[in-house]
Design a protein around this ligand. Structure first.
Ligand SMILES: C[S@@+](CC[C@H](N)C(=O)[O-])C[C@H]1O[C@@H](n2cnc3c(N)ncnc32)[C@H](O)[C@@H]1O
Length: 366
């Protein structure tokens, strides 16, 4: 059963901004420029001063965009800071994601129970005693540290985080202060980034500090935000894009957990996560993070890299959710299926890594 056609997502606290932003002039851009500690580029003819239109804590400029790059962004309608439900979805992000499942997902009740259990545990204990989510599920974020640009930042302790462990952040439902240390990924992008072209893979996301400084392992980069889709919706969007020969690749990220398959499509509504390319030897990982009443899984990107380096993650491996995004890794069962089924839909991978598997991961459900 198809649960819904498309509406404005009901994510609380989500900021939506018309895109593309006005370029080079206008109050918003001037404001975002002066608010940024990393004003490093006046931009070329087609460059944007801030793709987030001032909605992220830091400005995210582009460099080296050609007119055709700009044109290729025409389907990117809105910059959002958190994932949303498609327009017209008759369920709310304030409820667990059970309503987004296709009927064929037979294990969904298990997941609903699991998610409900987390939400109940976290919110009831928080309300009752004022304790925080981290008391119940562990807080794997460090205390606040000095970070690039002189800002204060926290790190995710990736080494201590058990595999498949649910990261649950505090939220307005908790009694703790808004400044509590367990809300890292809700605060938006705070590291210096630029969007620029890269050979054979379109645009990409670069870590671009104004002075040479490493981004420590465990730094939060960004969410991979977009529209939450059921498998049948994701399949339908993918086949329409193929039919329309949009030629812009597949942006749909698949999150898999026991009893739950969710897809995130940032093509029309998205954030800077949509610009991150795949690498078979990546320097970032995806970690599923939840917060708020509905506890919907967010795909959060963390990592450690050298300065001025392209940020990548493996589209075929979302750590923390167990398996995940797209599959298609050579040698894995999922990949054999994907390779057989996808046929000519497979895309050559140009990550350039010595460990390159040759093909982009592709989710067999699409
Ligand atoms: C999430 S988007 C990444 C941003 C994209 N490069 C852009 O210009 O908007 C995914 C698409 O980027 C391209 N891409 C990402 N990583 C790639 C890689 N390692 N090799 C070839 N193409 C890649 C593919 O077209 C893929 O479908």
């Amino acid at each position: 059963m198809e649960v819904y056609p498309s509406s404005v997502g009901s994510g609380s606290g989500t900021t939506r901004t018309a895109w593309p932003p006005e370029q080079k002039s206008g109050a918003l851009l001037e404001q975002s420029k002066s608010a940024s500690p990393w004003a490093d580029s006046e931009g070329a003819e087609n460059d944007l001063l801030d793709v987030s239109c001032g909605t992220e804590p830091v400005r995210i400029p582009t460099t080296g965009l050609s007119a055709s790059h700009l044109a290729s962004l025409s389907r990117f309608d809105r910059y959002i800071t958190d994932s949303v439900l498609p327009d017209g979805t008759p369920i709310s992000l304030a409820r667990p994601p059970s309503g987004l499942q296709d009927d064929e997902d037979s294990d969904r009740d298990e997941m609903v129970l699991l998610v409900n259990a987390w939400v109940t545990l976290v919110s009831s204990r928080s309300r009752r005693s004022g304790t925080k989510a981290d008391r119940d599920l562990g807080n794997f974020y460090s205390d606040t540290l000095e970070a690039p640009g002189g800002l204060l930042e926290q790190l995710l302790n990736l080494d201590a985080l058990p595999e498949r462990w649910p990261l649950v952040e505090c939220s307005p439902d908790c009694l703790c202060a808004r400044t509590c240390g367990n809300r890292l990924t809700q605060g938006g992008v705070r590291v210096p980034l630029t969007i620029r072209p890269v050979p054979q893979a379109g645009l990409c996301l670069f870590y671009s500090p104004s002075t040479s400084c490493d981004l420590p392992r465990g730094s939060f980069v960004s969410l991979y935000a977009g529209e939450y889709l059921t498998t049948s919706q994701a399949r339908s969007r993918w086949s329409s894009a193929v039919k329309a020969e949009e030629g812009e690749g597949n942006y749909i990220l698949t999150l898999r957990e026991p009893g739950l398959v969710l897809h995130i499509d940032p093509r029309r509504y998205g954030n800077i996560g949509r610009f991150m390319n795949h690498s078979c030897d990546p320097n970032c990982v995806i970690q599923v993070v939840r917060w708020g009443a509905g506890s919907w899984p967010r795909a959060a990107i963390f990592r450690s890299i050298a300065p001025d380096e392209e940020l990548t993650f493996d589209y075929g491996n979302a750590s923390g959710s167990g398996r995940s995004i797209a599959d298609g890794q050579k040698g894995s069962k999922g990949s054999e299926v994907a390779d057989d089924v996808a046929g000519e839909r497979r895309t050559s991978c140009f990550c350039g890594s010595e460990r390159c598997r040759g093909w982009m991961p592709f989710d067999e459900t699409l």
